[in-house]
Design a protein around this ligand. Structure first.
Ligand SMILES: Cc1cc2nc3c(=O)[nH]c(=O)nc-3n(C[C@H](O)[C@H](O)[C@H](O)COP(=O)(O)OP(=O)(O)OC[C@H]3O[C@@H](n4cnc5c(N)ncnc54)[C@H](O)[C@@H]3O)c2cc1C
Length: 398
């Protein structure tokens, strides 16, 4: 494998850098670099539309539906450059999760109706899969959709629905048949402003709500909002989760974290010397740099070898385990580098509006907030233990 970028890829990287320099503002860059959860919603929607005008909003979608047609290498370059430059992280649910599902499994009408606002960022989505009692064992979900003429009547409860409080639409797993476990599940699109939906925030360990409970009480949903045939959602879900888990390797965030750690360690001191010169610290940082780079090439290898760049379940699970392990270590190293300053927890709004001073430099807000939030990355998208079970099951079957 040639680990050097080709001249064409280097030229592409320069084009991306120039575009980012021209389009990002210092305020947006500052807010993005805090890495707080959830990021600033207006910034994300604005950036979605800026990228769409350039044709760069949706690298995960097929070209015929507005995708970029980039190779996995170009996509990696693009995502890393965006992160390092401080571009807002676009919301995943539409662009990376339901968008590809609609393109693969949806009707022509659904593609026409839902893909353009995903590209423009004017309609944002929530992922309504998990329920109390149905997280790891997702197929035990109990929410129902009963057909009544030309509409479904949906009842049930979802939990941990990220960003549901400010999403226009949701894609929900519901039971359309109670006699079959996996074969009774369907995926349905629901307008989040429908009568009968109640959304309640869940405060996370970092003091901010980024996930929500969603209650569905006799919600009427047009029959044409079901994706594919009734009872076929398990296949759609496996397709979606493999994409989600590969993205959860979070390579671009890892590079952003390394940038942040280096910036902190150049300014902070230990025993009268810059922390970056401390041998113990350098050893930890270098080890993580090597692991991030190794993971990046593993992601690229998996994506380059996968049909249509859609990874297998087992590869996606391996990448997710390693990526979440690295996120834990990187965000821990960032807080360690801050020393006692890490004890001050800025909430999201405090981080965005922080007074910068010599005592509280601009690199402090968000570090502890991010470290606390990222504890969850070994849970969301399917917990670490479940990923190990998937790998074991596939290895055992071989
Ligand atoms: C920050 C955050 C954001 C999220 N966002 C979303 C979202 O947008 N949409 C959505 O639908 N869901 C979301 N989730 C939910 C997430 O997918 C679930 O939390 C996850 O799948 C685990 O399910 P659970 O919480 O029900 O835990 P449980 O399934 O109850 O698991 C509890 C513990 O038991 C372990 N365990 C369970 N079964 C087994 C087994 N068979 N073998 C070994 N160990 C096992 C698990 O690994 C875990 O450690 C989010 C979660 C978090 C924390």
């Amino acid at each position: 494998m040639d680990l050097q970028l080709s001249p064409d890829d280097l030229a592409f990287r320069d084009e991306v850098r120039a575009f980012l320099r021209e389009n990002l503002t210092p305020e947006v860059v500052y807010r993005s670099h805090t890495e707080v959860h959830p990021p600033n919603e207006e910034d994300r929607r604005w950036w979605n539309s800026v990228l769409n005008r350039k044709g760069w909003a949706a690298p995960s979608l097929p070209v015929e539906y507005g995708g970029t047609g980039w190779s996995p290498i170009r996509r990696g370059i693009f995502e890393r450059e965006c992160r390092l430059a401080g571009a807002p992280e676009l919301r995943w649910q539409g662009l990376r999760l339901i968008g590809p599902v609609i393109c693969e499994f949806g009707s022509e009408d659904q593609k026409k109706r839902y893909i353009p606002p995903i590209l423009e960022g004017t309609e944002q989505w929530a992922q309504g899969f998990s329920e109390p009692g149905a997280g790891s064992d997702l197929a035990s979900l109990k929410s129902t959709a009963i057909l009544d003429g030309d509409k479904y009547i949906v009842n049930g409860q979802k939990i941990w629905t990220t960003e549901a409080g400010y999403s226009e639409l949701g894609f929900f797993l519901v039971r359309t048949d109670t006699t079959s476990k996996h074969g009774g599940i369907s995926m349905i699109i629901i307008d989040m402003s429908s009568p009968g939906i109640t959304v309640r925030p869940i405060e996370m360990i970092n003091g901010d709500p980024s996930t929500f409970e969603v209650f569905l009480d006799n919600v009427e949903v047009p029959r044409e909002n079901l994706i594919g045939e009734p009872g076929t959602a398990w296949q759609q879900t496996k397709f979606l989760l493999a994409n989600e888990r590969t993205s959860s390797a979070d390579i671009d965030k890892a590079y952003g974290d390394l940038r942040r750690i280096r910036a902190i360690a150049r300014r902070e001191h230990k025993n009268g010397r810059p922390l970056i010169e401390d041998p113990g610290f350098r050893q930890r940082l270098t080890q993580l740099e090597l692991e991030v780079e190794a993971l990046e090439w593993s992601v690229l290898r998996v994506l380059c070898n996968a049909p249509s760049h859609h990874p297998s379940a087992a590869s996606a699970s391996v990448l997710k385990i390693k990526g979440s392990d690295l996120q834990h270590k990187l965000t821990k190293l960032a807080t360690d580098a801050l020393g006692p300053r890490a004890l001050r927890l800025y909430t999201r709004e405090q981080a965005f509006n922080a007074q910068i001073s010599a005592l509280w430099p601009g690199y402090v807000p968000g570090v502890t907030h991010d470290m606390l939030y990222m504890r969850a990355c070994s849970i969301y998208g399917g917990s670490r233990e479940i990923q190990k079970n998937i790998i074991a099951k596939i290895a055992f079957a071989m």
